[in-house]
Design a protein around this ligand. Structure first.
Ligand code: GCO
Ligand code: MG
Length: 405
């Protein structure tokens, strides 16, 4: 079997997605997601100019060797652009292997470790009342875990709220330059504990709760917030601080018992190695698209498992349905599974381009058994929805200092 053609396809069905299609001489093809939100075309160039020529005529069944070739062979290892490009190839090759074997990818990984994939939804709001009302709606739909984000009084455009847009899947189509948003650590810290206090008062302790700090706090501030939130028993606090310096998490850990999750911007196990070995975190949130593919995620998960760290892959709407499907296969297999972030299946426009094998039932994601990853890509529809340059926002402190968004 040989790789004969590779297409790098870019489309904007509400958001920009970079999709890789690897085609073989036997007619079998595989799909991969290479989307890096706000930097999409850099991955396109990396794939088209540097990786695709190396893959033509190779045997697509040699997934491990191809992964090593692209990673070690680049000399310039790691980084989000490189690893997303490698990830898309890796996903597409697992898709092909599954189709050739006539098996869903989770079967190739070792089979099911569970029946359903516990998912957490996003309850957002412009006010505390609205956020709590939305939490109630998630509980009614059967969710076992929910993330709470609320606009901070006095701060316009808080992370995690919808900024007046109707849907996450349309949120980003139109930001031709990075919008700027204000940030105040004190306003945030004074507000968030009240949100969780009222959530527990209103809904009790059965529902698991999550909160994403989005790396806005220093380690000692994260420790303070962790202590303030301890009485409300969170499943985890996400991205409490940036972990560019992994040592920082020792500070947080030495002060609070709140479980910690991180990893959505990690590209390799090296971004998390000290966090794992020092037992500074509880959940690793790396996405298959940004972590180099299924092949390294399996290794990361096995390594994390030795330190009681569970996998909770990033599930934002800026990952394509191919990545969400890859996560479902991975999650069904992975022994140390935590939870899957889940934002729904998107708009009609999105589903006119991608069809996927996922469904949601009473708090769990289910996966229909199909060979490979089980995703289809409608090239004709996709071609009508052309790429729109679009950025994530940036944050500034109230005095104008640039901060982590
Ligand atoms: C999450 C994430 C996202 C990111 C987004 C950036 O936990 O879902 O933090 O909302 O902000 O993926 O592109
Ligand atoms: Mg996050």
């Amino acid at each position: 079997m040989k790789i004969t053609e590779i297409k790098v396809l870019v489309s904007c069905p509400g958001r920009n997605f970079v999709t890789l299609k690897i085609i073989t001489d036997e007619g079998v093809y595989g799909l991969g997601d290479a989307t890096v939100n706000g930097r999409e075309m850099a991955v396109v160039a990396y794939l088209e100019e540097h990786l695709v020529p190396c893959l033509i005529n190779r045997d697509p069944q040699q997934i491990e060797d191809i992964w090593q070739y692209l990673y070690k062979g680049a000399y310039w290892r790691r980084g989000p652009i490189t690893m997303a490009a490698i990830a898309a190839i890796d996903m597409a090759l697992w898709d092909i292997k599954g189709k050739v074997a006539g098996l869903p990818v989770y079967q190739l990984l070792g089979g099911k470790s569970r029946n359903g994939i516990m998912a957490y939804g996003h309850a957002n709001g412009e006010t505390l009342e609205e956020t709590l009302h939305n939490l109630g709606k998630f509980i009614e739909q059967g969710y076992k875990a929910v993330r709470l984000q609320c606009a901070i009084p006095g701060l316009a455009g808080t992370y995690g709220t919808l900024e007046g847009k109707k849907d996450y899947f349309e949120l980003q189509g139109n930001r031709p330059l990075p919008p700027e948003q204000p940030w105040s650590t004190s306003k945030y810290m004074n507000f968030i504990p009240e949100l969780f206090k009222q959530a527990r008062e209103q809904y009790g302790y059965d529902i698991q709760l999550v909160h994403d700090v989005h790396s806005r706090l220093t380690p000692i501030e994260s420790a303070q917030l962790g202590k303030l939130l301890e009485p409300y028993n969170l499943m985890f606090l996400e991205d409490a601080s940036p972990a560019d310096n992994q040592e920082g998490y020792k500070v947080i850990r030495s002060h609070t018992t709140i479980p910690l999750a991180i990893g959505e911007i990690f590209n390799t196990v090296w971004d998390a190695k000290d966090l794992i070995v020092n037992q500074s975190i509880d959940y690793l949130r790396t996405a298959i698209t940004h972590g180099g593919g299924i092949t390294p995620m399996v290794k990361m998960a096995n390594f994390a498992d030795m330190y009681h760290v569970r996998m909770a892959p990033h599930g934002a709407p800026d990952l394509s349905p191919i990545c969400h499907a890859a996560h479902a296969h991975f999650n069904l297999w992975v022994p140390n599974f935590g939870v899957q972030e889940f934002i729904g299946f998107g708009t009609e426009k999105l589903n006119s381009v991608f069809s996927h094998p996922l469904s949601f039932d009473n708090g769990y994601i289910r996966l229909e058994d199909k060979p490979g990853l089980g995703v289809e890509y409608n090239e004709e529809e996709a071609a009508k929805l052309t790429y729109k340059r679009s950025y994530l926002p940036v944050s500034r402190l109230e005095d104008g200092t640039l901060w982590y968004w």
